[in-house]
Design a protein around this ligand. Structure first.
Ligand SMILES: NC(=O)c1ccc[n+]([C@@H]2O[C@H](COP(=O)([O-])OP(=O)(O)OC[C@H]3O[C@@H](n4cnc5c(N)ncnc54)[C@H](OP(=O)(O)O)[C@@H]3O)[C@@H](O)[C@H]2O)c1
Length: 332
């Protein structure tokens, strides 16, 4: 089969190579899946650069989520707990054997039925972005109907998911984006107000205050860090919650805790992946919830581009460069 492999760390287009490799064999507790679509995530670039919290042994295949078809289960997998061969599923493959390949192995516990309402590319983009959004907005921040949610990088992968989940929860959503094309996408996603961070510059916090009658945003969802965080601290509401989701800007903020005390707001860390081991039942319940929202049409992953297998490395490069909207999905 064909698989993209990384033999040394570096920039994605320098180090990802499309190679012919043997088909994987399912071991104990594993399921063999034929990949139908594999979503590109920001961490794919960090994995290539050796900057991610997980450092798989070389050579490894990037790609951390997919939609595929079950081919076979390995020894010790209880057939009652895994969808039957031929079923369409969402899965997180086990690195070093990532999703930018024709076939992958995934732990039986990390496989979920693909929602019927979504096509392969949409289903491939559901799991990480929407689970992260759900846990961030509901479990960590306790977002309530009628509150104002501000989403940084609102036209991006996890940002677009948070916008849709915020609207589904009855929040008023302010999307912050970089540039007019992304602003258009954020409007189409359903943001009530869209602010272009490039145009706004240092005025961003006062524009948020204007849009909220001077109150500020109740919940701020931040996958960007750096100056996005600094702006958030200036426009978060009394008893507001800033959810720290990621550092796509490359800059990790060092917040002043005296400021959080003086203004009565909370800074909440979010590492969704930890829930997979700490509270797997909540992840399963969240998938049920997301499947229901997809069936109602309340959420639908925004697929910016469907990319052929040969284009995977360039797709990873473009997502890391911050120029893409929605999700880029590789179709092997
Ligand atoms: N905490 C968790 O559990 C968790 C789970 C999933 C993902 N994440 C994190 O969430 C972040 C976003 O991931 P994603 O896959 O959805 O990516 P993405 O949002 O599609 O892409 C990143 C976005 O960040 C913005 N950005 C601002 N400054 C940037 C810069 N200097 N370079 C690149 N982008 C910049 C850009 O949007 P604008 O131009 O519109 O600002 C860009 O589109 C990543 O840091 C990822 O690691 C965290």
């Amino acid at each position: 089969m064909r698989a993209w492999r990384v033999h040394e760390t570096g920039e994605p287009t320098d180090v990802m190579r499309l190679e012919e490799v043997p088909d994987p064999e399912p071991g104990p507790g594993q399921v063999l899946i034929r990949v139908r679509a594999a979503n590109v995530n920001f961490p794919d670039a960090m994995l290539c650069r050796g900057h991610y919290q997980i450092r798989p042994p070389m050579p490894f295949t990037p790609g951390v989520e997919l939609c595929g078809e079950v081919l076979a289960a390995g020894p010790g997998v209880d057939p009652g707990t895994v969808p039957a061969p031929g079923s369409r599923v969402i899965a997180q493959p086990e690195l070093p054997g990532g999703a930018f390949a024709e076939k992958v192995l995934a732990p039986a516990a990390d496989i979920f039925p693909a929602p019927k309402a979504l096509d392969d590319a949409e289903a491939a983009a559901l799991h990480i972005g929407y689970q992260t959004g759900w846990f961030g907005l509901h479990r960590r921040a306790g977002l309530r109907a009628g509150e104002t949610l501000l989403v940084h990088a609102a036209a991006g992968g996890v940002g677009s998911a948070a916008v849709q989940l915020g609207k589904a929860a009855g929040a008023t959503v302010i999307g912050v984006v970089g540039g007019p094309e992304k602003a258009e996408v954020a409007r189409e996603l359903g943001c009530d107000t869209v602010l272009d961070r490039v145009e706004a510059g240092a005025d961003l916090p006062s524009l948020v205050k204007d849009a909220t009658g001077g109150r500020g945003a109740d919940v701020i969802y931040d996958p960007v860090g750096g100056s996005a965080y600094d702006a958030s601290a200036k426009c978060v509401a009394f008893e507001g919650r800033i959810v720290v989701v990621g550092f796509a800007s490359g800059s990790i903020p060092r917040p002043g805790l005296n400021h959080a005390l003086v203004k009565n707001y909370s800074v909440l860390g979010l590492h969704w992946g930890l829930y997979r081991s700490r509270d797997p039942e909540a992840v399963v319940a969240c998938h049920r919830e997301l499947t229901g929202l997809a069936a109602e049409g309340a959420i639908k992953p925004l697929v910016g581009e469907r990319v052929p297998m040969e284009g995977a490395a360039d797709a990873v490069r473009r997502v890391a460069a911050g120029t893409t909207t929605g999700r880029l999905v590789v179709i092997p």
